[in-house]
Design a protein around this ligand. Sequence first.
Ligand SMILES: NC(=O)c1ccc[n+]([C@@H]2O[C@H](COP(=O)([O-])OP(=O)(O)OC[C@H]3O[C@@H](n4cnc5c(N)ncnc54)[C@H](O)[C@@H]3O)[C@@H](O)[C@H]2O)c1
Length: 321
Amino acid sequence: MNILVTGGAGFMGSSFVRYLIKKKLVDKVINLDLLTYAGNLDNLRDVKDSSRYKFIKGDIKDKRLLADIITEFDVKRIVNFAAETHVDNSIKSPQIFLETNILGTAALLDIATEFDIRFHQVSTDEVFGALDEDDPPFHEKSLYDPRSPYSASKAAGDHLAKSYFNTYGTKITISNSSNNYGPYQFPEKIIPLFITNLMQDKKVPVYGDGLYIRDWLFVEDHTRAIWRILVKGEIGQSYCIGAGNEMTNLELTKKILDLLDKDESYIEYVQDRKGHDRRYATDTTKIQKEIKWKSEIKFDEGIRKTVEWYKANKWWWRKLK
Ligand SMILES: NC(=O)c1ccc[n+]([C@@H]2O[C@H](COP(=O)([O-])OP(=O)(O)OC[C@H]3O[C@@H](n4cnc5c(N)ncnc54)[C@H](O)[C@@H]3O)[C@@H](O)[C@H]2O)c1
């Protein structure tokens, strides 16, 4: 079976591509990526010479290109990781988020419908909005209540996928994951930003009071979840993915400071993000029961591995900062 992975040069997409190839799970992976500032072919250096791998530079909105790829490679599955992903950028300039995350997803859905191909939409728990400290976690039936241009654009992608399933019978699945971390994450996101700042003896900027709560999932756990959904997931369904590792940004920061032998004088409190969501968390009962997936990497192990990776791979991130 041949699979089209979009956004495979990004953080989570490249983890998925490496996994498929190293485990020999498919005959060929076609990685379609526009190589925006977040796309990086260095993420695929381990697999780039594999006969199972093919890279194509292009835009997910380009339906002619998509149709050519599907035909030429006899693609049977599409997994869409391609997106604009940084919330702060979406607050400054929403337009590109609407184009890629909404129109791009729509183009992929059109092609999946036309060629009758199974399509998986990689989405986020941020589509559900924000939780208070004592609210139960988000689940698959939670109401959508996006609060940033990023999460609104991802919510629109999810709605389109569900509407194509209902209207045309398109074979879709959706996943809504909590925050991922791990190797190859672009150093604009909090964990790699903080690790690399501290390695350069710079301070780490903590938004507001630092008490925003996130659930941190190691990227390789996410990768396994997506593969399980492709193999075992029910068409038309969505699945929440999370790790049960809720912590405040301040707790997270202190763990990173510890691992890099730095003290709290390296914390710099900065002006809060506009519309900052207080807490995200997901209930993973459905994916655990129906698909037999659960996260395996404990946070302390994952963050240690991540810090080690950034220490051993300065060549990778130095050119990105
Ligand atoms: N990072 C997280 O914690 C997280 C959590 C839940 C869901 N997600 C979702 O997972 C997916 C991957 O996130 P990530 O953190 O790996 O993102 P990323 O920013 O690291 O990578 C995105 C990739 O998409 C590519 N891309 C952007 N626009 C494109 C276009 N028009 N055509 C083709 N390729 C394009 C970029 O070049 C890049 O390689 C996204 O859909 C994101 O919304 C991310």
